[in-house]
Design a protein around this ligand. Sequence first.
Ligand SMILES: [Zn+2]
Ligand SMILES: [Zn+2]
Length: 258
Amino acid sequence: MEIQILGAHLAEVKGARLTSLLIDRTLVVDAGGLTSALSLPEQKKIETVLLTHHHFDHTRDLVTLAANAGYYWRKQLVVYAPRYTLDIVTGGLLSSKLYTNFLEYPSEEKPTVILEAIEPYSRKNIDGYDVLAVPVKHSAPTVGYQITSSDGKSLFYTGDTTVGISECWQHISPELLIAEVAGPNKYADWLEKAGHLCAEFLRQELIQFRQLKGYLPRVIIIHIGNPYEQEIKEEVAQVAQELEADITLGYEDMKVTL
Ligand SMILES: [Zn+2]
Ligand SMILES: [Zn+2]
C-alpha cells in the first residue's frame, strides 16, 4: 500500500495544502488540498473518496475534482461518508445554488458523483480494501478510517479529533497511524474545546494504545497548525523520545509504503 500525503496542514498558504490523503493512486481520504496536488492524469485515476466529516477543510476539493471528472472525462466518483456528513455536503458544497449539481450532472442516470452512506463499526469492502469507520470525538460528527489492503497492510487515519481517541483503539490494529496535531501544548484548553489534539494529548492517547495493544504503530502527524509548526515538531519529537516511538510530522507530497 502506498500512501501519499497531499495536504498536511490546517491552513492553505503557498506550499501548504489542506488535509487530504491518496492511497495507491486511486482512493482518496478527505478532499481538502486534493486537486492542486495532482495533475489531470493523476486525478483521472481516482475512483473513490472517503470523507471523515463535513468540515470545509476536508471536503472543499470534492467540487474541483467532480468538475474535472464531470467536464473532462465523464467519469463517476463514489463518495463514502456517514449519512450525516453526506447530507450536509449535498445541501452545501454539492448544491446547485453553489455550482453545478454533480449529483445530477451530466445526467440523473449517470451522475458524476455517487454518494454511499457508510455505517460506523461495520466493515465494508471498498475497491478491494477492507474499510472500517470508527467514530471519534470532534466538534462535528466525525469518523476515523482503518483501511486494510488485500495483502493485510493497514492504516488508521483519525480525522479531526481530540482527547478520547483512545476509545477507538479496541477496534483497530494499524501498522501506521495518521493522526492530527492542530496546535502546541500551550493551547491545550482551546484545542480540546475545538475538538483537536496537541502533542501532550497525543502522548496520553498513545500510552493507552500501547497498554491495550502491546505495541505502538508508526505515527505520522498531519492537520498541522501552520504558524506553530516548529513548536509542534519539537513537542512531538519529545513524545517520540519518551515513548521510544516513530512519530514524525507529515508534509505535502510525502510518500509512505507499507
Ligand atoms: Zn473538523
Ligand atoms: Zn480540519
